[in-house]
Design a binder for this molecule. Structure first.
Ligand code: GAL
Length: 389
């Protein structure tokens, strides 16, 4: 007679809290019966040192893990997503984001690997804009234009850890940063938070909040470079991409939108049905580097994109409250950077899907507004959901 083993696994809850961070009491856990369970994986949130910045400030590396083994590593330098390990269709984990093994690589980079980008993600033409009749001059760090928040954007500052915990459903890290009035030329003191949450349903959620004491502009995003076959393993031209966008914003030579909102129909920009990224990439110059106008219009959380990598079976879906997404196919990667595990990053070795408001919105009255007034709260959410096929 066969003996049946019933293994009672009590999910262990890991709660780590650093000085000054709020400790939350996790929801009570019921013991769960899991027959023939091999390994008891738990939701966890941990902290370790990641070294010192050039100014000697200590920064940490935080690890969020879920019960299926998904693991996100995040540093509070630049609130950067350092790595994201996700299973393939056979359950094998691979890190699917480009980056560096050590802090030093992040201190030197100009590629924004995994970074939190702000105060204004993407470009602002001629590095200036007018708000309430006042012209603001920003740092010009991309020719005559302003890119990703300027010379020292949110990707190059140390964020303050606020919350780190895990319960049965999710593991969470919240960080804050106060961007001072006139920083990189922007008006108003802006208090921001970014929260990374890894759920038991294989989602990595990123939530941003911001409040200002003077009317300003805000556009925050995450700049992760994805390769669903595994970082550094080759180009992403074979990934199948679907974008829930019938329109995009064409750009000039400086990658500043012309103001037109154009249909993708009958053009290589069309990803309304699943298409391999490489199938028409040669028809778009150096590759894709365009803002798509999402059909949702922004506001409520809605599906923006789905990427599928056929050899591993990994699927990443992106849901967002933002009205746009920048598809960037790593066109400026040229093999001069060596990243994690000694991998060399060549052209098109990754793609970014940066959920956002449209580039140069402060100078484009027909684009959705990016203005934030005192008393208002900026809140956006983007969810990366992983599965396999
Ligand atoms: C992207 C942008 C590209 C390039 C890249 C960073 O967001 O669309 O043009 O600047 O960041 O190398």
């Amino acid at each position: 007679m066969k003996t049946r083993f019933l293994v009672n696994i009590v999910l262990v809850v890991t709660v780590v809290c650093m000085p000054g961070c709020k400790k939350k009491t996790p929801a009570p856990t019921e013991p769960q019966a899991k027959p023939e369970a091999k390994e008891a994986r738990v939701m966890s949130a941990n902290e370790e040192s990641f070294g010192k910045t050039s100014e000697g400030r200590e920064v940490n590396l935080y690890t969020l893990t879920n019960t299926n083994g998904l693991r996100a590593k995040i540093t509070n330098y630049g609130a950067i997503l350092v790595s994201l390990e996700v299973p393939d269709r056979d359950g094998n984990l691979a890190d699917i984001t480009l980056g560096f093994d050590a802090l030093d690589g992040y201190l030197k980079m100009d590629t924004y690997f995994g970074a939190t980008v702000g105060r204004y993600a993407n470009r602002i033409g001629k590095a200036k804009f007018v708000l309430d009749g006042v012209e603001y001059e920003l740092a010009a760090n991309n020719g005559e234009n302003h890119l990703h928040g300027g010379i020292k954007g949110f990707d190059k500052v140390v964020w303050k850890p606020e919350d780190l915990w895990a319960n049965d459903n999710e593991a969470l890290l919240k960080m804050s940063y106060i961007s001072e009035d006139d920083e990189e030329g922007y008006p108003g003191n802006l208090a921001c938070t970014v929260t990374y949450t890894l759920t038991k349903d294989d989602e990595l959620k990123i939530n941003y909040e911001a409040q200002t004491d003077k009317t300003t502009v805000v556009n925050l995003t995450n700049h992760s470079y994805f390769n669903l076959a595994g970082q550094g393993t080759g180009d992403i031209l074979g990934h199948e991409l679907t974008l829930n966008a019938d329109k995009y914003t064409p750009v000039d030579e400086g990658l500043i939108p012309t103001g037109e909102i154009r249909s993708v129909k009958d053009s290589p920009m069309d990803f309304t049905l699943p298409m391999s990224i490489g199938s028409r990439i040669k028809q778009v110059g150096d590759g894709y580097d365009h803002n798509y106008v999402l059909n949702s219009g922004g506001g409520a959380l809605a599906l923006a994109a789905r990427a599928y990598e056929p050899t591993s079976g990994r699927i990443m879906e992106i849901y967002t409250t933002e009205p746009g997404v920048q598809l960037y196919t790593g066109n400026f990667l040229d093999g001069s950077l060596t990243g994690k595990a000694g991998k060399v990053y060549k052209k098109h070795y990754a793609f970014c899907l940066e959920t956002q408001h449209f580039p140069d919105s402060p100078n484009k009255p027909n684009f959705p507004s990016v203005v934030l007034h005192p008393g208002q709260k900026y809140t956006t959410e983007t969810v990366h959901k992983f599965s396999t096929r």
